[in-house]
Design a protein around this ligand. Sequence first.
Ligand SMILES: Nc1ncnc2c1ncn2[C@@H]1O[C@H](COP(=O)(O)OP(=O)(O)OP(=O)(O)O)[C@@H](O)[C@H]1O
Ligand SMILES: [Mg+2]
Length: 328
Amino acid sequence: VVQLANSEFINRVKHHFDIVVVGGINSDFLGKCKRLPSPGETVQGTEFYSGPGGKGANQAVAAARLGARVALIGRVGDDDRGRALVAGLKREGVFTKFIAEERNQPSGAALVMVDESAEKQILALPGANSRVSARDIQRAKELFANCRVVLMQFEAPLPAATAAARLGKQFGAQVVLDPAPPAARVPENLFRLLDVIRPNANEAEALTGIRVKDRASARKSGRALLNRGVKAAIVSAGSEGDLLVTRDDEAFFPRLRVKSVDATGAGDAFAGALAVGLAEGKPLLEACRLANACAALKTTKLGAQTGLPTRAEVRKFIRGRLAASAGS
Ligand SMILES: Nc1ncnc2c1ncn2[C@@H]1O[C@H](COP(=O)(O)OP(=O)(O)OP(=O)(O)O)[C@@H](O)[C@H]1O
Ligand SMILES: [Mg+2]
């Protein structure tokens, strides 16, 4: 009965998307300094950068720049920053009809300080993002009806992420979770809805209690996630690379060597590109390869969102790597 209702619903839907992203939309304010200030202290900084950010927005733009049809569900404040953030997403080709304006909270913001050694300190102010609800997801049901991949993070509250995962499954989409920022208590029923989870080392530890520092501990942590019902886990094993773990297989993706200048948003580039690969019907292994290349390329440019690569750039980069390895 549910299937019949869904297929009828699908026929009535106007828009078709490859990927539906549910997540945070922020402005990033970043200052560089020789060393981070201690509590109560003021230090002189060296460089200021401001631009669009938020994991939901970054991942949506990452996927759109790779050529996917992407819709983003979220909330911004009823303020100039919010309107500029939505206008920026539109320019990137992201469908923004289901980004609501929240009257009682400002648009989300992140205050980032980075020192000489690239150590950072971040104050995240979710604002309007904290009001994204399961009802927002229901209201955007038409987006899910024909999409291939649903992509979420924890910058939108858990009930919204869970509702999105459930709706994605109901319509036969693949569900991908980037569990950031690390959440302490994740309901067990969410894991069972996930096709892919992509934690970095800290997030893997928060979810499994296993300290991830190398390939072996990444494997252990990935297996623990599989035991909770996730179909595949891609665990970032620190600076070594990423480990893909499934029930009967495993693959390692070493970090690609590039001239890195800014690693912020590299994880978002990975998640967005992974979703694109899966939406295009690529096997998980191939989608990971695309994601790894996209993440490495992102680190060669400044800005979590502005520095995301296009499809043409990623293609050229992969071709260059293949040519180099054939020549050596
Ligand atoms: N210096 C680098 N050179 C090449 N690739 C990198 C570099 N730094 C990160 N990456 C790639 O970026 C991806 C994500 O890195 P990481 O695990 O650090 O993300 P994260 O901590 O979740 O960051 P984010 O805040 O963007 O989510 C990985 O696939 C990794 O290989
Ligand atoms: Mg991340």
